[in-house]
Design a protein around this ligand. Structure first.
Ligand SMILES: Nc1ncnc2c1ncn2[C@@H]1O[C@H](COP(=O)(O)OP(=O)(O)O)[C@@H](O)[C@H]1O
Ligand SMILES: [Mg+2]
Length: 202
């Protein structure tokens, strides 16, 4: 999607209350934790558990789950590579607003293309975008099949399914790797939770 040409006549209006001011009020930094991985790898489960842990510690959080976002702001997008790009762009832009608002954002999105993830990272400041690769082999994701989607994809009922009829490009330099096939839920959650906690201090 081309950006709007009339943007050149739109001037940024700087507010007086800054991201730093909002972070100060919250007593912690804000950032986006971007969970990427195959369907069924554990992104939503982990993001939810990490949010619960942070919330109970008084950290202001918000969970942007790709599936949920597709019910609302992204409900006009499908799963073609172009629409996936736009899906990621919007989730990143929404995430950026939340980070500006002083929130720790947990984004759970397959985001199969490295370029789209890099574009997402590029709109954030240093240290604000934490890429978590939720690693799990395709056969294990398929065995879990928590939503029955692999079964449908194998039967040809779903086109453009990541890992089956579309690629998943493995992150080359993620900030964190969580191997959910070889660690249990509690261990996986702890890894991400501790990584974030160490980076919250203003
Ligand atoms: N270590 C783990 N971390 C996260 N999920 C796990 C782990 N081990 C098993 N699972 C299971 O894998 C499934 C992942 O599903 P889900 O979180 O919906 O995946 P995604 O959001 O990536 O599509 C859940 O049923 C979850 O209980
Ligand atoms: Mg999910």
């Amino acid at each position: 999607m081309e950006s709007n040409q009339s943007n050149k006549n739109i001037v940024w209006h700087k507010g007086s209350i800054t991201k730093k001011d909002r972070q100060k009020l919250n007593h912690h930094k804000s950032m986006i934790i971007w969970f990427t991985g195959l369907s069924g790898s554990g992104k939503s489960t982990l993001a939810n558990l990490v949010e619960m842990a942070l919330h109970s510690e008084g950290i202001r959080t918000y969970l942007l789950d790709g599936d949920n976002i597709r019910h609302g702001i992204n409900n006009n997008l499908n799963f073609s590579p172009e629409d996936r790009k736009e899906n990621i762009r919007r989730i990143a832009e929404v995430g950026k607003l939340f980070v500006d608002a002083g929130i720790v954002v947990l984004a759970a999105v397959i985001s199969p293309y490295a370029e789209d993830r890099e574009n997402a990272r590029s709109i954030f400041g240093p240290g604000e975008f934490v890429e978590v690769y939720v690693k799990c082999p395709l056969d294990e994701c398929e065995a879990r099949d928590p939503k029955g989607l692999y079964k449908k994809a194998r039967a040809g009922e779903i086109k453009n399914f990541t890992g089956i009829s579309q690629p998943y490009e493995i992150p080359v330099a993620p900030d964190l790797v969580v191997d959910t096939a070889n660690s249990n839920l509690a261990e996986s959650m702890k890894l991400v939770h501790e990584y974030i906690k160490e980076r919250l201090q203003l």
